[in-house]
Design a protein around this ligand. Structure first.
Ligand code: AMP
Length: 280
């Protein structure tokens, strides 16, 4: 496994043998089994696997947790080496954003609702850095987790609109045994917060169960999620959503597929989760 922060070296390795397919897994590090499941899938579907570890400052608002975002590069590299990764790109901020940098990539509509309402500049930071990573690594396939549902929609749009010559693959959300979606941020929860953080998954399940039982009114389904979160004193709801799978617009009624999602604060730790329902 080669680890480098150098763009020219990444390109030289990637193109040493153009007949080989490459899978790319972009991450912000502090790896868990959610990331590693994407690595395993990339390993199975490509000749070579590249992982990027870059805590991208431009996708954090000044009020957010950039400075406290967990980092452990040594541990990450050991996990990736054990996972059969060929190349790890670990650029520093100046490599990605040298003096004079001024280009931003914006995916318009689908970046706006949900996370976009709570984190207005977030997706512009994500799409700019992901476009750069796509250009640097030029993978055959790029892997993203369903855990960040809106991100997968935004990135599919980015890849299609800018004609990136690669395939976007979305892997399932990997969860702890009690249902909490794995996240690098989970480590920042206190033991008390960690114990009740299952409320995201419980809220989603309450709404999906109600849908299965015949409740198709989205506002009733949203209210069920809100009430579930409100019952946990340590949890503060940011938003709940029942949205169209592709446009991400809020639905009045769930008549076919829908994305159920929510964001919840525990102190200053903000967690998100979602469930896709393919048919009502
Ligand atoms: P991050 O390091 O949080 O930027 O995540 C890097 C990639 O891993 C993104 O595509 C995430 O959607 C994905 N990911 C994060 N957590 C999970 C999870 N619990 N299950 C599956 N994929 C995940």
């Amino acid at each position: 496994m080669i680890t480098t922060g150098d763009i020219a070296q990444v390109r030289a390795i990637r193109w040493a043998d153009p007949s080989l397919s490459w899978g790319l897994v972009p991450t912000m590090g502090y790896l868990h089994d959610g990331h590693l499941s994407l690595v395993r899938q990339a390993r199975a579907e490509n000749d070579r696997v590249a992982v990027t570890i870059f805590v991208n400052p431009t996708q954090f608002a000044p009020t957010e947790d950039l400075s406290t975002y967990p980092r452990d590069l040594e541990r990450d590299l050991a996990l990736l080496a054990a996972g059969g990764v060929d190349l790890v790109f670990t650029p520093d901020n100046t490599t990605m954003y040298p003096p004079g940098f001024q280009t931003k990539v914006t995916v318009e509509q689908v970046s706006r609702p949900l996370e976009g309402l709570s984190r207005p500049a977030h997706f512009q930071g994500v799409t700019t850095v992901v476009a750069k990573l796509f250009n640097i690594v030029q993978p055959t396939r790029a892997y993203f987790g369903q855990k960040d549902a809106q991100q997968t929609v935004v990135i599919r749009r980015l890849a299609a609109d800018l004609n990136f010559n690669l395939e976007i693959i979305v892997g399932p959300t990997i969860r702890e045994a009690d249902g909490l979606a794995m996240s690098s941020r989970n480590v920042r929860l206190s033991p008390e917060q960690r114990a009740v953080a299952t409320v995201l998954y419980r809220a989603l399940h309450t709404a999906v169960s109600a849908l299965r039982a015949g409740e198709h009114d989205s506002e009733t389904l949203r209210a069920l999620m809100r009430d579930t979160v409100a019952a946990e004193p340590l949890a503060r709801l940011d938003y709940v959503s029942v949205a169209h799978l592709h446009t991400l617009a809020e639905l009045d009624r769930v008549e076919s597929g829908a994305l159920f999602s929510l964001a919840v604060f525990f102190g200053n730790v903000r967690l998100i989760d979602n469930i896709v329902v393919e048919a009502a």
